[in-house]
Design a protein around this ligand. Structure first.
Ligand SMILES: C[S@@+](CC[C@H](N)C(=O)[O-])C[C@H]1O[C@@H](n2cnc3c(N)ncnc32)[C@H](O)[C@@H]1O
Length: 343
């Protein structure tokens, strides 16, 4: 079956049920994930980038990078997947890119045998954990690491023991679970980075559909890595109070340790939103909400239905509550991001 996405056209399996067993994996739900990676790479000032798509599936993301990114952005693009190099090569040729560098290796071996990259795309089934060490080791100074995790049941608290085992932190299953899970994932990536004296600062992060996603900018140096780790704390949940602390406090529900710094570079979040020229209303609104909430440096947000119950007030609409210090959040339709309770 032939499908079109952005400027790419790829041949995929006729099998409609998505599974790990598919010879070549294409997931239409991840279109927005790929759209945002194209927008983000267009929006950052980096040029002449060496890019590695280490688990490329059909190769669709790399084809889109090659066809949609501005001229001068890519110096070298490596497309790897241990199970589908022939299909990737055929898809590249179909898109007029016959000379692309296609590899068919285990992602870790591929990375460890390489000299390094300015952008590494980690898009596995489930947890990115097995690929973090090699990706971070081969991430260049000032490079960008893009990480997807689809094991949201662990990160968002449905499976607490899995979260402890895989991410070394306690999740919290409530209205904040996706933001807290994302912050737990970010800390895990940063801890692996710190081992190699690399500081990984999130520049654009979100939770959508069945996955969580974070882009990190890498700086090298012990001090910088130490500074990142200072922002690994616990999140205390005691509505209407939301706070962070070095240790959990008796009587408070909590999550963590987790990253309590920025989820977005606000300028980049605006640039990603502004650079979207398409007509997909859902994506436009998603990017717009993130660009707005990126201006508010809070950990967590307020579920206005819960807050209204505590305050014993009626809140009919969210719009009158919006201001320069109180924004919508993409994590929850009836959530408000502000540094203190909005009412
Ligand atoms: C979620 S899919 C990737 C989808 C692709 N990035 C896209 O945007 O369409 C995961 C891919 O990782 C590949 N994969 C899984 N483990 C791998 C490994 N250890 N080394 C290389 N490829 C691997 C699978 O063959 C599969 O195609």
């Amino acid at each position: 079956m032939l499908i079109k996405e952005g400027l790419a056209e790829v041949e995929i399996s006729d099998e409609t049920k998505i599974s790990k067993k598919l010879e070549v994996f294409y997931n239409p739900v991840m279109k927005h994930n790929r759209d945002i990676s194209v927008l983000l790479l267009s929006a950052v000032p980096d040029k002449e980038m060496q890019i590695a798509d280490i688990m490329a599936g059909t190769g669709i993301r790399s084809i889109r990078f090659a066809k949609e990114l501005p001229e001068g952005k890519i110096k070298y693009l490596a497309v790897n997947d241990y199970s589908s190099s022939e299909r990737i090569k055929a898809n590249m040729a179909r898109n007029g890119l016959p000379d692309m560098n296609v590899f068919s290796q285990d992602a870790n071996l591929f990375l460890l045998n390489s000299k390094g990259f300015d952008y590494i795309e980690v898009d596995p089934f489930g947890t990115p954990n097995p690929f973090l060490d090699s990706s971070i080791l081969r991430l260049a100074r000032n490079g960008i690491l893009a990480v997807t995790a689809t094991d949201t049941s662990a990160l968002a608290g449905s499976s607490r023991t899995a979260c402890t085992r895989k991410y070394w932190a306690k999740p919290l299953k409530n209205e904040l679970m996706h933001e807290l899970g994302l912050r737990i994932l970010i800390r895990k990536v940063q801890l692996i980075g710190a081992q190699y004296e690399k500081a990984l600062l999130p520049i654009y992060s979100y939770s959508k559909d069945h996955y969580m996603r974070a882009y990190f900018r890498c700086e090298k140096g012990r001090q910088k890595a130490d500074e990142i780790m200072k922002e690994h704390r616990y999140f205390l949940y005691d509505l209407p109070d939301l706070s962070c602390a070095e240790v959990p406090k008796p009587g408070h529900e909590y999550a963590g340790p987790l990253w309590t710094g920025q989820l977005w570079d606000p300028k980049l979040a605006k640039a990603v939103c502004d650079s979207y020229r398409g007509e997909d209303k859902e994506l436009m609104s998603f990017l717009g909400v993130i660009a707005e909430e990126a201006q508010i440096p809070s950990v967590g947000f307020y579920d206005i239905v819960k807050l209204a119950k505590i305050r014993k007030v009626k809140v009919k609409k969210i719009e009158p509550l919006l201001s320069s210090t109180c924004k919508r959040t993409h994590f929850l339709g009836w959530g408000l991001r502000s540094t203190g309770p909005p009412f």
